[in-house]
Design a protein around this ligand. Structure first.
Ligand code: BES
Ligand code: MN
Length: 451
């Protein structure tokens, strides 16, 4: 295992490393104490910076709020981030401990290094630096950090409603999205939404001998395969009736603009994925497919014997975990209704189906040239010394459209995640230069937004 070079660990990196050491996996109840400890560490850090800091309980993981002293007639900027992370499995594929950050090849390796602790800590340390240099910030600041983003932010909307007055602001900024290529500043102006569900098909009351019973009863594993296959047409389109009904078509100016974005050509997608070929909805480029078209994905499928060699068994049940990425103006709840009736209509004979609805998040799109977006573009240009690219995102941050619904404000997405950051996967990493750029970017952003 590569050792950390002690000399290269700056105080900024030390802060990030402490933050990364908490296994704050929000989906796993066994990690609940770690999620809380991480929130408490954050509270101590923000309070030590002189910010008025509060930890708010929710039914699950705490929300952390911090603010400077607000002054009348100054812009109020909210910065959102999440301190929870995705699970680490398969653990055996990590080259180092996911919760013991190390530096190798100029990158920080740990779960959460990019998504979202590294990007979030860049904001915190940018603010710390500005406070140290100037004694105050150019804006009224509200930090809002949650511990449930990776499980769909189930308690944050209620929190926003309850604290609507205290959270009033002019604009929101988030660094939790992508950067198209190293050194290329990227402003996101859209996010896909999401709707998740799980389908379970049950057949015999127990696994059966496939010789004695095969042919006499339906096989749940075959049935789940049929059901999953029914979700798509061979041209890559989703076959669920009404699925595309509310989709806002891509604009010509977007397609033209995106065709010039570096880092998202077919060759780039092939290189970063390691796939032999690309595949998707006919008539769209890879960037268009992921940023502005909805999809149906199988996140997991199972049932029957998974061990070594053969076992002639007819499984008693099988399952598939599905998620749908959505674009404006699709409504996640409406999509889940359509999915449910499609699955019911296509459920093969001889099995009993159960559908468990999962979390949802609304899609989002805004004007990349609004007053605040132009300020963000300036900050990106100044911090990277290059022209910012304007993109939409394939991923989801479920609370962003809810911010607009409840607080009435738009969100600027200043992404620092590279396509090979391995977010949600083994060996997540974040280049030190992106971390440092993020600190500079925060300083420039608050200045630009103050104008
Ligand atoms: N930060 C990501 C989304 C992201 C990553 C956007 C990289 C662009 C580039 C976010 O934390 C995330 O993963 N969201 C989940 C939400 C879901 C679990 C409700 C997602 O998109 O799967
Ligand atoms: Mn994530």
């Amino acid at each position: 295992m590569a050792a950390t070079t002690i000399a290269s660990v700056t105080p900024e990196l030390e802060n990030l490393f402490s933050f990364l050491r908490f296994p704050s996996v929000s989906t796993d109840t066994r990690n609940a104490p770690d999620v809380r400890a991480c929130a408490e560490w954050l509270v101590a850090k923000l309070a030590a910076m002189g910010l008025a800091t509060e930890l708010h309980e929710t039914p699950k993981h705490p929300v952390v709020i911090a603010r400077n002293e607000h002054v009348a007639d100054r812009r109020t900027v909210m910065i959102y981030g999440h301190y929870d992370v995705q699970p680490v499995d398969p653990l055996e594929l990590w080259t180092s401990d996911p919760f013991e950050p190390i530096i190798r090849d100029g990158k920080i390796w740990a779960r959460g290094a990019t998504d979202n602790k590294g990007q979030m800590m860049a904001h915190v340390l940018g603010v710390e630096k500005t406070l140290r240099e100037h004694g105050e910030l150019p804006v009224n600041l509200i930090f809002l950090f949650e511990g449930e983003e990776e499980i769909g932010s189930p308690n944050l909307a209620a929190f926003l409603l309850e604290h609507r007055e205290a959270l009033k602001c002019d604009v929101i900024a988030i660094s939790d999205t992508g950067m198209v290529a190293p050194g290329v500043p990227t402003l996101g102006y859209g996010l896909r939404g999401i709707a998740c569900c799980e389908v379970i098909l049950r057949g015999p009351k127990t696994d059966l001998h496939s010789g004695l019973f095969g042919g006499a009863v339906a096989n749940p594993a075959s049935a789940i395969a049929q059901l999953v296959a029914s979700l798509h047409l061979s041209n890559g389109k989703v076959s669920i009736p009404g699925f595309y009904e509310d989709v806002i078509q891509l604009e010509d100016w977007e397609r033209k603009m995106w065709s010039k974005v570096p880092g998202v050509s077919d060759a780039d997608y092939l290189a970063v994925t390691g796939c032999a070929a690309l595949f998707g909805e006919a008539g769209y480029s890879s960037a268009e497919r992921t940023w502005a078209r909805p999809t149906a994905e199988v996140n997991g499928i199972g049932g029957g014997y998974q061990g070594e060699g053969t076992k002639t068994v007819l499984p008693s049940h099988a399952f598939a975990k599905l998620s749908f990425r959505l674009v404006p103006d699709q409504c996640p709840e409406d999509i889940l209704k359509k999915v449910k009736s499609h699955l019911e209509r296509h459920c093969p004979a001889g099995v009993v189906m159960e559908i468990r609805l999962g979390h949802t998040g609304q899609p989002y799109v805004t004007d990349p040239n609004s007053k605040f977006a132009l300020a963000a573009q300036n900050a990106l240009r100044l911090s990277f010394n290059a022209e910012p690219m304007l993109i939409r995102e394939g991923g989801s941050i479920p609370i962003v459209q809810t911010f607009r619904d409840i607080l009435g404000v738009d969100t600027l997405l200043l992404g620092l995640a590279l396509s090979d950051a391995q977010v949600h996967a083994p060996n997540e990493n974040f280049p030190i230069v992106n971390f440092e750029a993020g600190i500079r970017l925060n300083q420039a952003l608050l200045k630009e937004l103050a104008k």
